[in-house]
Design a protein around this ligand. Structure first.
Ligand code: XIL
Length: 443
């Protein structure tokens, strides 16, 4: 992030200097011409990601292209319900954790996909209904979002809950049959479990203004008006040989509701229009200030779920296709693209949790600080001590105040944390520390 910020600052300075010299066009273009998808998107304040099958992380060609071109990843399958909770209450995070650590090691942000969906449910959930399914589903959201807390830039909390066809209503599913409020219940549970992650609704065939996207639009408007936590809408954009003419206008109408938008699963059928369509999608995202990034659904054509559609940006040998050049040129074009309101990758922020060792009349609190997916330069943890309690001694942080609302700020050696990195500080107190609820803010 710091590097990206410094780079952006340098670009701004360069452009300013150039404007003064009256040669804006030539040099401003040169100043912003990245040579990879990730770097070029970052220059526009956005991320460019790929869906990853963790089994392919041992394929050299695959990893070379992934690490060189992309600065965001999403698990193609490994964070879905059947993968993460194969038996009820027994969670399995091997694939998801592997992807998160690959991302962390390579400075990539992570999209989480997906907490609840009618597809790829474990067998035990497929057979459930009613209140038993509702509580199992909410427990799933809570457990998985808690496990990955602080690691995920944006979660697809709910995937594909609207029906195709003209009605603009919900799709029938076991989840829908638990009550229409299942989606908002899922969003509330996700927010409680990982307050730092952006929470998205994600769907397909919503890529233009149509009955289905309008159904989603009405739900988002309702959620924002009632304070149901929703931060973003994902547009899968599994496209054929055409793209709706109102693709950008559709993104914009959602952005105008006050949520971010993201292109989450882009792939385009091969054919004469493929490169153009990829370019059009990229330009549309850059033209919408709240479009924070684009993810393609796989790396090479042969990695794609779309069989022989050759729908991606690299051929099976890992070579760049015309569609790749079209995307890169679109990312590098122009100097007037507005930046997203929240600079990705990463939610920034941090989270904190406390563990207590208490005795009669006193306690020691050990506080764990976890950086969000863009890391921290510094952090402050706030908490309110119960009446009668006071801080007597603090280590690895500086306390301001000793009773009531107390703030703990990093010391010079533990303020800078990489994405997902953890540090600890502690304090001793008189009285009782029961019920301490820390909140963390990052700078
Ligand atoms: C697909 C994966 O790519 C396949 O590997 C898997 O067999 C089925 O799911 N919409 C979604 C994605 O939200 O999760 C789907 O991914 C593609 C359609």
């Amino acid at each position: 992030m710091n590097h990206a910020r410094a780079l952006r600052a340098a670009v701004t300075i360069a452009v300013t200097g150039v404007l003064a010299a009256g040669m804006a066009m030539t040099l401003s273009t040169a100043a912003s011409a990245g040579t990879t998808l990730g770097a070029s998107a970052a220059e526009k304040g956005r991320y460019f990601g790929a869906a990853v099958a963790t089994g392919k992380l041992s394929d050299n060609t695959y990893v070379t292209v992934l690490n060189r071109e992309f600065n965001s990843v999403v698990a193609e399958n490994e964070m879905k319900w059947d993968a993460t909770e194969p038996q009820q209450g027994r969670f399995s995070y091997t694939g998801g954790d592997r992807l998160v650590s690959h991302a962390r090691a390579n400075g990539m942000s992570v999209r989480g996909h997906t907490l609840l969906w009618h597809g790829q449910q474990p067998g035990w959930a497929q057979g459930m209904s009613g209140s038993a399914l509702r509580s199992a589903a909410i427990n799933h959201v809570t457990q998985v979002a808690t496990h990955f807390r602080g690691q995920i830039y944006a979660w697809d909390v709910v995937n594909e809950a609207f029906a195709d066809g003209g009605g603009g209503g919900r799709r029938d599913s076991n989840l829908q049959r638990t009550g229409n409020d299942w989606i908002e219940a899922a969003f509330r549970a996700a927010r409680a479990a990982d307050p730092g992650a952006k929470l998205c609704y994600n769907d397909y065939n919503t890529d233009g203004i149509n009955a289905k996207s309008t159904g989603v639009y009405n739900m988002v408007r309702d959620f924002t008006s009632r304070g149901v936590p929703i931060d973003c809408v994902g547009f899968q954009s599994h496209l054929g040989t055409t793209i709706p003419g109102d693709y950008q206008a559709n993104l914009q109408r959602f952005a105008d509701l006050g949520v971010d938008v993201q292109i989450t699963e882009l792939d385009v059928m091969t054919g004469g229009n493929q490169a153009n369509i990829y370019g059009t999608v990229t330009r549309a995202c850059l033209a919408v200030s709240r479009c924070t990034g684009i993810t393609v659904w796989g790396v090479r054509d042969c990695d794609s779920w779309r069989g022989s559609d050759n729908a991606l940006l690299f051929d099976c040998g890992g070579n760049k296709k015309a569609a790749y050049t079209s995307v890169l040129n679109a990312l590098n074009a122009g100097g007037t693209t507005p930046s997203p309101t929240t600079p990705p990758p990463g939610p920034g922020g941090c989270s904190a949790s406390v563990s207590l060792n208490s005795w009669t009349g006193g306690f020691v609190a050990t506080v764990t600080v976890t950086a969000g997916s863009s890391g921290t330069n510094g952090w402050t943890v706030s908490m309110t001590l119960p009446g009668g309690a006071s801080v007597t001694n603090t280590w690895s942080a500086t306390a301001s105040g000793s009773t009531g609302a107390v703030r703990f700020t990093n010391v010079d050696y533990n303020g800078r944390l990489g994405a997902g990195q953890v540090t600890e500080f502690g304090f001793q107190g008189n009285g009782s520390g029961a019920g301490l609820t820390p909140t963390c803010s990052a700078s």
